[in-house]
Design a protein. Structure first.
Length: 307
C-alpha cells in the first residue's frame, strides 16, 4: 500500500512539475516554489517545536518568502526594470539576509521568560539556511544563464537543467529504495536512518549515473573536437563530466536525505508532514534536492561550457 501511495504521489508531482516547466508562465513556477518553501518552513519549525526548541516561526516563514522573491528579482532585474538598472539591485538577497539576521536578534530582546534564547535565534536562522537559501539555487538554475520575462514560459535551458536535476536525484532515491528493500543487509547509519543500507547506496549511485547518461545520450550534440557533448540549452557538458555529475548528485542527495532524517530523529518523528501519501511532507520530498541544487549549480558554473 505504501508503494502504491508513493507511485500515486510521484505521478501527481511529475504532472504538476511538467505543467509548470513547459506550459505555464515562469512566474507561476516561482510562486509555487515560494509556496513550497513556506510550507517546508512550517514543517521545519514544527520539527523544532516537537523537539522542544522554540523559534520565531512567523519571522522565519516571512523572511524565507522574502529571500526567494529577492533572489528572483535580482536574477531578472534587467528584464523587469530595464538595462539601466543599478547593480546594487543584484545584491538584494544579501540585503534581505542581513535584515533578517538583525530582526531575529532584536526580536529576542523583549523575551524575558524565554529560557532558551540562543536555541531560539539559532533554530530560526537554521530554517532560513536549510530551506529558502538552498532552494534559491533552483532559481539560479532557472534564471542565471537565461533571465526570463515573468509572463513567458521557462527557457529551454531552465527546463533542461531542472528536468536533469530532478530526474537524476529522484532516480537515485528510487534506486536506493528498491535495491535497499530487496537486498539491503548492511546498515549505513542506523542511529540516523534505520532503513538505509550500503547496498541501497550502491543502487542509488548506479541509478543516478544511469539517469544522467541516458539524458546525456538523449541531449547529445557533436562538439568541434568530434566527441559528443550533452546540451542543456545554453550549457553543454562533456560526457565525462555528465557521468561524474550523476554520481556527485546521487551522493549529495543521500546526504540531504540523511540530514532531514537526523532532524526528524532528533524530534522523534517519522515524517515531516502528511501532505503526500506514502512520501510524507514537503521536506520529505525536497530533502535530497535541497543540497543537490547548489551542488549542481556550482558544478555547472565551474565546468559547463556556455554556448
Amino acid at each position: 500500500m505504501t508503494l502504491l501511495r508513493r507511485i500515486f504521489s510521484a505521478i501527481i508531482l511529475t504532472g504538476g512539475a511538467a505543467l509548470l516547466l513547459f506550459i505555464l508562465p515562469s512566474i507561476v513556477g516561482v510562486l509555487v516554489l515560494t509556496g513550497m518553501a513556506a510550507l517546508a518552513l512550517v514543517e521545519f519549525y514544527g520539527i523544532q517545536r516537537n523537539a522542544g526548541i522554540p523559534a520565531f516561526r512567523n519571522i522565519g516563514i516571512v523572511s524565507g518568502v522574502a529571500l526567494l522573491v529577492a533572489s528572483y528579482v535580482s536574477l531578472n532585474i534587467t528584464i523587469l526594470a530595464g538595462d539601466t538598472v543599478q547593480d546594487s539591485w543584484r545584491e538584494l538577497p544579501a540585503l534581505v539576509i542581513t535584515l533578517v539576521i538583525f530582526i531575529i536578534f532584536v526580536r529576542q530582546f523583549p523575551q524575558k521568560l524565554n529560557p532558551q534564547p540562543l536555541p531560539t535565534i539559532a533554530c530560526t536562522m537554521l530554517g532560513l539556511v536549510y530551506v529558502p537559501l538552498l532552494l534559491m539555487f533552483i532559481l539560479n538554475l532557472c534564471f542565471r544563464w537565461t533571465p526570463t520575462d515573468w509572463n513567458a514560459p521557462f527557457s529551454p535551458t531552465a527546463t533542461a537543467l531542472i528536468v536533469y536535476l530532478v530526474l537524476v536525484v529522484k532516480a537515485s532515491d528510487m534506486g536506493a529504495y528498491f535495491v535497499g528493500s530487496l537486498i539491503g543487509r548492511h546498515k549505513m547509519f542506523p542511529r540516523i536512518s534505520p532503513g538505509k543500507t550500503w547496498e541501497g547506496l550502491a543502487g542509488g549511485f548506479l541509478a543516478g549515473i544511469a539517469a544522467s547518461m541516458i539524458l546525456a545520450w538523449l541531449w547529445r550534440s557533436p562538439a568541434p573536437g568530434g566527441l559528443p557533448v550533452a546540451e542543456f540549452g545554453r550549457l553543454s557538458l562533456t560526457w565525462g563530466h555528465t557521468l561524474f555529475l550523476g554520481a556527485f548528485l546521487a551522493a549529495i542527495g543521500v546526504i540531504g536525505d540523511l540530514v532531514e532524517s537526523l532532524l526528524k530523529r532528533s524530534a522523534g518523528l517519522k515524517d515531516s508532514g502528511r501532505l503526500f501519501p506514502g512520501m510524507g511532507g514537503i521536506l520529505d520530498v525536497l530533502d535530497s534536492l535541497l543540497f543537490a541544487a547548489p551542488a549542481m549549480y556550482f558544478y555547472l558554473r565551474w565546468f559547463a561550457h556556455v554556448i
